[in-house]
Design a binder for this molecule. Structure first.
Ligand SMILES: Cc1cc2nc3c(=O)[nH]c(=O)nc-3n(C[C@H](O)[C@H](O)[C@H](O)COP(=O)(O)OP(=O)(O)OC[C@H]3O[C@@H](n4cnc5c(N)ncnc54)[C@H](O)[C@@H]3O)c2cc1C
Ligand SMILES: *[C@@H]1O[C@H](CO)[C@@H](O)[C@H](O)[C@H]1NC(C)=O
Ligand SMILES: *[C@@H]1O[C@H](CO)[C@@H](O)[C@H](O)[C@H]1NC(C)=O
Ligand SMILES: *[C@@H]1O[C@H](CO)[C@@H](O)[C@H](O)[C@H]1NC(C)=O
Ligand SMILES: *[C@@H]1O[C@H](CO)[C@@H](O)[C@H](O)[C@H]1NC(C)=O
Ligand SMILES: *[C@@H]1O[C@H](CO)[C@@H](O)[C@H](O)[C@H]1NC(C)=O
Ligand SMILES: *[C@@H]1O[C@H](CO)[C@@H](O)[C@H](O)[C@H]1NC(C)=O
Ligand SMILES: *[C@@H]1O[C@H](CO)[C@@H](O)[C@H](O)[C@H]1NC(C)=O
Ligand SMILES: *[C@@H]1O[C@H](CO)[C@@H](O)[C@H](O)[C@H]1NC(C)=O
Length: 635
C-alpha cells in the first residue's frame, strides 16, 4: 500500500516494529527455526497427547530460555503473579504493596493493565492468586498463591521478530502458546497453565493518513498496532479530527486491533457503519509457522477472510491493522430516562424518572424493546438495562445514542415512545433532556471495571419484531429471566450487511447481520472470584439455563463470540453460523496444522481440552488432545 500523505501521529515509531527474525538469528539458536512442513506432516499420530508443562523433563532448560531471551532482545519475562505480595508465605510478601492492590488504589492507575499476567476475568485463570489481604479473614480464607492458569513465561513483544521467535520456539518445543493483549477476554482466552505468552500490549503504534490507497480503496486510513487501546484511538481521533470504529465508552481499554476486531467488534456506530471487522483493509500478522505476512482483499485471502470475525487466538498473531476511517469527528445525540418499581427502588435525583407499579413497569420495558427496531433503523445504538433489586423491585434505564442527531432531533425521534409510555399511566417527573455528546472522548485508560462478573448472552433477530406474538414472547422471556434474579442488559444495534457496505467481513456470524438486540444475562454476584468452585459452576449453569429461555424464542440465532457464556451449547453454530464454521475450520487446519494457536471455544479448539484438577472450565491445567493416545510426559 502507498501512504500518499503521511501525517505523523506516532505513539511509537512504527518502522521499529518491522524488525523480523532472520536466518542469522536461527543459525544462533536452532530452537527458533521456522516450521518445516514436511516434518509437521510426518509427525502425524506420533504427536504427544499433551503440550509439555514446567514439571516435565522435556521442558526447556534455563540455558534454552536464556537463548530465547537473547533472541528476543531481552524481552522474555518470568513474572510472579502481582498479588503474590499479599501472601505471607510467598517470598514477595509486602503488606504495603498488598494494600495498594486491595484498597482499589491500583485500579485508579494503569497497574493491572500494564501487568504482563493479569486478566480481567480472574476466575478463568483458576483464582489461584487473588489480590486479597492476608489480614482480612473474610476474603483470605486460607488462600494461597500459585501460578495456576497464568503463563510460565511472557514475551513482552515490541517487534515482529519477538513474536516470530516465540511462535517458533513454542511450536518446536511443543509448549502451549497463548496470546494476551489487554486480557479483557471473558472466557479465559488470554491465559493458560504452563504456557509461553505472547504479550502484544506494547505494540503501540498508531498512524493516521487522511488519504491513502489500499487496493480499490482510497480515503482516510488508520494503521493501528495490536496493543493500541480504545482511549489511545479516541485521543488520536480528537487530536487529528477523524472518526474510526472503536469499542464503546465508558470502556477505554479494550484492544481494538486485537481480540475486538478479530471477533467482530461492535461500537456505538455499529448500526450506521457495521462492525470493526468491516472496516479492515489490511492486516499484518505472524503465522503458526513463524512467517510475517500481510493479508488484504488481494493477498492471502484465506487469512483475510478468517481474521475478520473468525476469532482471536486461532489463525495468526496480528501485529497491526489498517482500518478505514472518516474525516471529521462524529457526535451522538443522546437521551435517557429511568423507570423503577417496588419497595427497593432507589430514589434518584436524575431527571425523567418514574416509579410505578410492577405491571406498568414491564409495560414500559416492553414498549422500549418494541421501539428498539426503530433505534437501529435510524442508525442508533440503544442501551436498555433492567436491574434486579429483589422484592419485586426493578429499575430500567434506557439510553439512546443517535449518531449525528441534534438534541431536538433526538427528542422528536423518541417522543412517540415517550407518548406510548405515558399512555400507560407512567408519568415521568420531568421530560428527558437530550444532549449531544462527542463520539470520541479524551481518555487516560484507567476506567476499567475489574471483570469479576459472569454472564451469558443471546442475539435476537429482526424477524422477532415482524411478528407481534413472537415479539411479546421475546419480551416475556426477558421478563422471566429478570424475575428469576438476574440483571438483563439489552443493547440494540444492527451491523447488517447493508450498513457494512462493500467492505463487509464475510466471516461474521450471520446472527449478527440479522440482529436487532444483543441481550446479556448477568449474575448478580458482584465478585465471582470469591465464590467457591462449586458455587461458581452452579452460577455458570444458572446463567446458561436463563439464556435457554431466550434461545427458545430465537431458534437458529446465536451469540457474540467476544461476549458469550462459557457454557454456550453448540457454540460453533452459535458464534459463527454453520457455513462460516465449516469454511473457518478448513482454513484453521490448513494454516495451523499442528494446533499451535489454541483458546477455548475458538475455531478448531474441539480437538483439545484443558485438563483441570477441579473440572472447572478454566485455563488452570494441561492442554491435551481429546481422545488422543495415552499421556507420555517425558517424551
Ligand atoms: C470492559 C469491557 C468492555 C467491552 N466492550 C466491548 C465493546 O464495546 N464492543 C465489543 O465488541 N466488545 C467489547 N468487549 C469484548 C472485547 O471485544 C473482547 O473481550 C476482546 O476479545 C478483547 O480483546 P483484547 O485484545 O483487548 O483482549 P485479550 O483478552 O488480550 O484478547 C482477547 C482474545 O484475542 C486474542 N488476541 C488478542 N490479541 C491478539 C492478536 N494480536 N492476534 C491474535 N489474537 C489476539 C487473545 O488470545 C484472546 O483470545 C468488552 C470487554 C470488556 C472486558
Ligand atoms: C531476559 O533478559 C533481560 C535483559 O538481559 C533480563 O533483564 C531478564 O530478566 C531476562 N529474562 C529472564 C526470564 O531471565
Ligand atoms: C499491614 O498494613 C495495614 C494497612 O496498610 C496496617 O494497618 C497493618 O498494621 C499492617 N500489618 C502488618 C503486620 O504490617
Ligand atoms: C474484607 O473484605 C471484604 C470483602 O471484600 C470487605 O467487604 C471488608 O470490608 C474487608 N474488611 C476489612 C477489614 O478490610
Ligand atoms: C515491556 O516492554 C516495554 C517496552 O520496552 C516496557 O516499557 C515495559 O516496562 C515492559 N514491561 C515489563 C513488565 O517488563
Ligand atoms: C474536521 O474535519 C471536518 C470534516 O472534514 C471539517 O469540516 C472540519 O473543518 C475539520 N475541523 C478542523 C478543526 O480541522
Ligand atoms: C416506589 O414505589 C414503591 C411502591 O410501589 C415504594 O415502596 C417505593 O418507596 C417508591 N420508591 C421511590 C424511590 O419513590
Ligand atoms: C426485602 O424485604 C425484606 C423484608 O421486608 C427485607 O428484609 C429485605 O432487606 C428486602 N430486600 C431487598 C433487596 O430490598
Ligand atoms: C399520570 O398523569 C395522568 C394525566 O396527567 C393522570 O391522570 C394520572 O393519574 C397520573 N398517574 C400517576 C400514577 O400519577
Amino acid at each position: 500500500m502507498k501512504l500518499l500523505v503521511l501525517s505523523a501521529i506516532l505513539l511509537q515509531d512504527f518502522a521499529n516494529a518491522l524488525s523480523v527474525l532472520t536466518e542469522s538469528d536461527v543459525s544462533k539458536f536452532a530452537a527458533v527455526s521456522f516450521a518445516d512442513h514436511r516434518l509437521l506432516a510426518s509427525r502425524g499420530s506420533d504427536e504427544p497427547r499433551c503440550k509439555i508443562a514446567p514439571e516435565d523433563a522435556s521442558w526447556p532448560t534455563r540455558e534454552e530460555w536464556a537463548k530465547l531471551n537473547a533472541t528476543v532482545d531481552g524481552a522474555l519475562l518470568k513474572p510472579d503473579p502481582s498479588p503474590s505480595v499479599c501472601y505471607p508465605s510467598h517470598p514477595n510478601y509486602n503488606n504495603a504493596s498488598c494494600a495498594f492492590l486491595t484498597s482499589g488504589a491500583a485500579r485508579q492507575t494503569r497497574f493491572w493493565l500494564d501487568d504482563p499476567l493479569s486478566v480481567l476475568s480472574p476466575w478463568t485463570q483458576g483464582n489461584t492468586c487473588l489480590p486479597v489481604s492476608s489480614l482480612n479473614a473474610t476474603t483470605q480464607q486460607g488462600r494461597t498463591c500459585t501460578q495456576g492458569g497464568f503463563p510460565a513465561y511472557v514475551v513482552n513483544a515490541t517487534e515482529v521478530k519477538h513474536i516470530q521467535a516465540a511462535v517458533n520456539f513454542a511450536r518446536n518445543k511443543n509448549i502451549r502458546l497463548i496470546i494476551k493483549n489487554t486480557g479483557h477476554d471473558f472466557l479465559g482466552r488470554s491465559n493458560g497453565y504452563g504456557s509461553l505468552s505472547v504479550w502484544t500490549h506494547h505494540l503501540k503504534a498508531l498512524d493516521y493518513s487522511p488519504r491513502s490507497t489500499i487496493g480499490s480503496y482510497t480515503g482516510p486510513v488508520v494503521k493501528v498496532g495490536s496493543g493500541v487501546e480504545t482511549w489511545e484511538a479516541n485521543n488520536a481521533m480528537i487530536k487529528h479530527n477523524f472518526t474510526m470504529l472503536v469499542p464503546k465508552l465508558p470502556t477505554e481499554t479494550v484492544g481494538l486491533a486485537g481480540g475486538w476486531f478479530l471477533g467482530g467488534g461492535h461500537s456505538n456506530l455499529a448500526s450506521k457503519y457495521g462492525l470493526g471487522a468491516d472496516h479492515v483493509l489490511q492486516i499484518e500478522f505472524v503465522t503458526a509457522d513463524g512467517k510475517f505476512l500481510t493479508a488484504s482483499k488481494d493477498k492471502n485471502q484465506d487469512y483475510f477472510f478468517a481474521l475478520r470475525g473468525g476469532g482471536g487466538s486461532t489463525f495468526a498473531i496480528v501485529t497491526s491493522v489498517y482500518f478505514r476511517a472518516f474525516p471529521g469527528l462524529t457526535t451522538l445525540g443522546t437521551a435517557t430516562f429511568t423507570i423503577t418499581t417496588g419497595p427497593a427502588a432507589p430514589s434518584t435525583s436524575q431527571t425523567a424518572t418514574a416509579n410505578t407499579s410492577l405491571s406498568k413497569f414491564w409495560a414500559g420495558v416492553g414498549l422500549y424493546l418494541a421501539f428498539a427496531k426503530n433505534i437501529v433503523n435510524a442508525g442508533g445504538f440503544g442501551h436498555g438495562d433492567v436491574t434486579f433489586l429483589g422484592n419485586d423491585s426493578f429499575s430500567f434505564t434506557p439510553q439512546f445514542l443517535m449518531p449525528g442527531m441534534s438534541a431536538a432531533e433526538v427528542l422528536s425521534f423518541i417522543s412517540p415512545l415517550l407518548d406510548d409510555i405515558q399512555k400507560q399511566g407512567i408519568n415521568f417527573t420531568t421530560a428527558p433532556v437530550p444532549t449531544v455528546a462527542p463520539y470520541a472522548e479524551p481518555g487516560k485508560g484507567i476506567n476499567t471495571n475489574p471483570g469479576a462478573i459472569i454472564f451469558s448472552s443471546r442475539l435476537i433477530p429482526r424477524s422477532n419484531w415482524d411478528n407481534d406474538k413472537l415479539l411479546s414472547e421475546t419480551i416475556a422471556a426477558i421478563r422471566r429471566v429478570s424475575e428469576a434474579g438476574f440483571n438483563v442488559r439489552t443493547r440494540a444495534y444492527a451491523p447488517s450487511l447493508k450498513v457494512a457496505g462493500d467492505y463487509a467481513a464475510k466471516a461474521i456470524n450471520p446472527a449478527m447481520r440479522e440482529m436487532v438486540l444483543h441481550t446479556t444475562v448477568f449474575s448478580v454476584v458482584s465478585d465471582v472470584s470469591l465464590l467457591s468452585k462449586k458455587d461458581l459452576l452452579t452460577e455458570l449453569q444458572a446463567l446458561d439455563r436463563q439464556v435457554e429461555k431466550l434461545r427458545k424464542v430465537t431458534p437458529g440465532s446465536g451469540a457474540y463470540f467476544n461476549e458469550a457464556g462459557r457454557l454456550e451449547p453448540n457454540w460453533q453454530q452459535s458464534f459463527f453460523g454453520k457455513e462460516n464454521y465449516k469454511q473457518l475450520l478448513k482454513i484453521k487446519k490448513k494454516v495451523d496444522p499442528s494446533g499451535l494457536f489454541w483458546a477455548p471455544m475458538t475455531v478448531g479448539s474441539e480437538g483439545w481440552s484443558v485438563e483441570t484438577a477441579d473440572g472447572l472450565p478454566t485455563g488452570d491445567g494441561r492442554l491435551c488432545r481429546v481422545g488422543g493416545r495415552e499421556k507420555k510426559d517425558s517424551e
